[in-house]
Design a protein around this ligand. Structure first.
Ligand code: ADP
Length: 545
């Protein structure tokens, strides 16, 4: 017997319809590429998204055709989130920090038909447009008078002229909720990038879950600043969850430096911000020496790579901001776990609570996880045993776009996605990433977590950034070394830093050496690029060898 409730597909257009109707005057503030601040409302967003949908119809785009963006976080990009997907096309958000060759490769692979870009990326478009034969229209996300006269990009149109020619009269089509809505390529540190192809169903379910109190806890009382880029896994789903909750949105545009972000938080009275650790590192680096404080920021979600405990403490003790440590992946839309305390942990001492807070957190309903050993056997949740982390759920990838399914079948025939992360899970269900499987250091048959080694170094007042990698060793197989950058004006010797490790980790896990570098290479999403660091240190020899 079927239930007798209304059956409505979960479509992205329903989010913008809801926001327009119930939070029509809710504000969306964007710092533009032009440098000024732009303000409008969910009502404006909805109308202009419909104009964009009409423009796509006018271009003759078919259902499921791909429309690409090369853009910062801002209102026009958000219109693409709703106008492109809502009208049944697929939004392909391209990471502009990828190498131009890789960008051309993914545009061709996705068969993008229209590509809209912020003017910052004009040189990039000039470099790749001739290599992208599927793109039949190039659109600059700007006013008509900002359109460069001799761009060299054939038929370049300004977005405002393009959508300005259309009315906001448009009825969102209704279709199967499993229809593709957007796509995002992984940064492809090994081999060619692979794409996760999200659906309307996966995106709306993820938007619901992301807003929950033990997840991002978003509400109509919040002013939310996603520093995490809209070209990286849909800014962790925040634009969708924002429409669902009606929170005020504040977009940083291209100004991602610590000073600009801080000023925007203060000017717009942001209560909630989201980003990767490197961004917050820059902001705290700007605030601390100047003695600046926050007047409105209460919570920040930090993920994408391990958040050093020293950062959690600095936010909490120096600035009164609660850090929510989060873990996820492009293939997971991206949210998997968030670290919020359970009731029974509220009475723990501050130190005990810190031990929990630095973990990557608990599963969100919709994400099942387990750790397995070498033979696929499930390992215990004791907080000590580590194994390969597998996940399954309705917003987790089944098959790569034009690619293969990486899923591993269990005895019940259920498919699990192998995350490539090594983790422990404690009896309360808190997962902690030990490492990416390719970064874990194997020393004398035991594993050393590079994250642990980095976190300790980051606790030293002189260290700005630390990356731990394994170096070949004839007896131990590999030994850890730590590459560090120093804070401006700070000093520490190799011996002092190695001494700092004593008592904080087992003796055999203490790195064999410290390498002082000017900069740690960062990848396209602001994460440390250990492959590049390994290349840079290819002639390095461990002391005594
Ligand atoms: P890419 O693989 O292209 O860098 P993703 O954003 O999909 O992009 O990366 C997902 C990976 O990032 C995870 O598998 C994990 O290794 C790492 N990661 C994400 N969040 C955290 C976190 N909070 N702590 C440690 N590692 C994290």
């Amino acid at each position: 017997m079927l239930g007798l409730m209304q059956s409505q597909p979960l479509l992205i257009s329903s989010l913008i319809e809801f926001a327009e109707r119930h939070h029509g005057d809710g504000e969306i503030v964007s710092r533009r590429v032009e440098g000024d601040i732009h303000r409008y409302t969910y009502k404006d967003l909805a109308a202009r998204s419909r104009q964009l949908a009409n423009a796509l119809d006018r271009e003759g785009l078919q259902f499921s055709d791909r429309v690409a963006s090369l853009a910062w976080n801002g209102y026009r990009h958000m219109e693409m989130y709703f106008g492109v997907s809502g009208s049944g096309r697929v939004l392909h958000t391209i990471n502009p920090r990828l190498h131009p060759e890789q960008i051309a490769w993914i545009v061709n692979h996705a068969e993008d038909q229209i590509l809209c870009f912020d003017l910052t990326f004009l040189p990039l478009v000039q470099a790749v447009h001739a290599k992208c034969p599927t793109v039949k229209k190039w659109v600059a996300l700007c006013d008509a008078d900002k359109l460069p006269a001799d761009s060299g990009v054939p038929g370049l149109t300004s977005y405002e002229t393009w959508i300005g020619a259309q009315t906001a009269d448009y009825t969102w089509p209704v279709f199967d909720e499993n229809t593709a809505s957007s796509m995002c390529y992984t940064s492809g540190t090994t081999g060619n990038p692979k794409a996760a192809l999200y659906s309307h169903r996966s995106t709306t379910l993820h938007a619901y879950a992301a807003a929950l109190p033990d997840v991002m806890c978003l509400s109509a009382r919040d002013a939310v600043l996603p520093v995490v880029p809209m070209f990286h896994v849909n800014a962790w789903g925040i634009p969708y969850s924002a429409a669902l909750t009606g929170c005020k949105l504040v977009y940083p545009g291209p100004a991602m430096d610590g000073k600009s972000i801080y000023e925007l938080i203060e000017a717009e009275q942001v209560t909630y911000a989201a980003g990767v650790p490197t961004v917050w590192q820059m902001m705290l680096g700007h605030m601390k020496p100047a003695g600046l404080k926050f007047s409105s920021l209460r919570r920040t979600v930090i993920g994408g790579s391990a958040c050093p405990p020293a950062m959690i403490t600095a936010f909490q003790d120096d600035f009164g901001v609660e850090v929510l440590h989060a873990w996820g992946m492009t293939e997971m839309s991206p949210l998997g776990t968030l670290c919020t305390l359970k009731n029974k942990q509220l009475g723990l001492s501050k130190d005990e609570q810190m031990k929990v807070r630095q973990k990557q957190g608990r599963s969100i309903y919709g994400v099942d996880m387990k750790i397995v050993g070498g033979n696929g056997e499930e390992l215990p949740w004791d907080g000590k045993t580590y194994g390969d982390l597998l996940v399954r759920g309705p917003w987790i990838l089944d098959t790569y776009y034009k690619g293969e399914s990486p899923l591993i079948q269990d005895a019940q025939g259920r498919g699990w996605f192998p995350t490539g992360d090594v983790a422990t899970i404690d009896p309360d269900g808190f997962m902690q990433i030990t490492d990416r499987s390719k970064d874990v250091i194997k020393s004398g048959g035991e594993w050393i977590s590079s994250i642990d080694i980095e976190n300790i170094a980051m606790g030293h007042p002189a260290i700005a950034m630390a990356a731990c990698i394994g170096m070949p060793h004839p007896k131990w197989d590999e030994r850890p070394i730590v590459a560090v950058t120093l804070k401006p004006g700070a000093e520490v010797t190799r011996e002092e830093l190695l001494h700092f490790y004593e008592g904080k980790t087992a003796k055999w896990q203490i790195p064999d050496d410290v390498v002082f570098v000017d900069a740690i290479p960062l990848g396209a999403t602001g994460k440390m690029l250990k492959t590049r660091l390994r290349e840079q240190l290819k002639d390095y020899k461990l002391p005594g060898l």
